[in-house]
Write a protein that binds this ligand. Structure first.
Ligand SMILES: [Ca+2]
Ligand SMILES: [Ca+2]
Ligand SMILES: [Ca+2]
Ligand SMILES: [Ca+2]
Length: 202
């Protein structure tokens, strides 16, 4: 009876180990914002699938709603929303090797000559973009290593409700292999050791 219990515990630990690895999988997404809010633009949007809005607001625009570009961009994000406080959007990252690409454009409004967006990992600035209002979408790519859980964020600067426009954020990550493998091996071995010990004692 006890032996069975220990065997079940060992299996459970193995499953937990696998589950732990699954949980540690890094975030991978291809975000063109086109399906946000059922595909309809909205000011001061804060229900993104992949992002949390903090420190101000951002607008979800395009698709005929405050549209500054041709239809091929669908919806995109105005990094300075409509509350006089440009917004910041963040997503959590687990340890791994990441590649990131995204498109930024000028505000497309003459009232805002230049605008900035800071891309950060936690409190560390990766890239500081400054673009003139009339610049079209440009794609930027970078790679980085995350060794402990952190956030990736895009932060608009300004307070005139006209910010840089963000679209096509593609993030892909490969998990840092060692901790996950050790965790799986360790939890499985712990179960087997317990099983052996029980057998020997029986
Ligand atoms: Ca889009
Ligand atoms: Ca705005
Ligand atoms: Ca702000
Ligand atoms: Ca501005």
């Amino acid at each position: 009876m006890k032996k069975n219990l220990v065997a079940i515990m060992a299996i459970g630990m193995l499953i937990f180990g696998l589950f732990g690895v699954a949980q540690a999988a890094p975030i991978t997404f291809n975000d063109n914002f086109d399906t946000e809010n059922s595909g309809v633009g909205i000011l001061n949007y804060n229900k993104f699938q992949n992002w949390t809005v903090s420190d101000g607001t951002v607008d979800l625009i395009g698709n005929g709603y405050f549209e500054w570009f041709n239809k091929e961009h669908g919806l995109y994000v105005d990094m300075d929303g409509s509350t006089g406080n440009a917004g910041k959007i963040s997503t959590n990252l687990t340890p791994g090797n990441y590649s990131l690409s995204y498109s930024l454009a000028g505000s497309q409004r003459t009232g805002s000559q230049n605008d900035s967006v800071i891309v950060s990992l936690g409190n560390t600035t990766l890239i500081n973009h400054n673009m003139a209002y009339n610049e079209g979408f440009q794609t930027y790519t970078t790679t980085f290593l995350v060794d402990s859980e952190t956030t990736l964020s895009f932060e608009g600067l300004g307070n005139d409700n006209m910010g840089l426009l963000l679209d096509n954020v593609v993030l892909s990550g490969t998990p840092t292999p060692v901790p996950a493998a050790v965790w799986l091996l360790g939890s499985g071995l712990a179960g087997l050791v317990a099983l052996r010990r029980k057998k020997r004692d029986a």
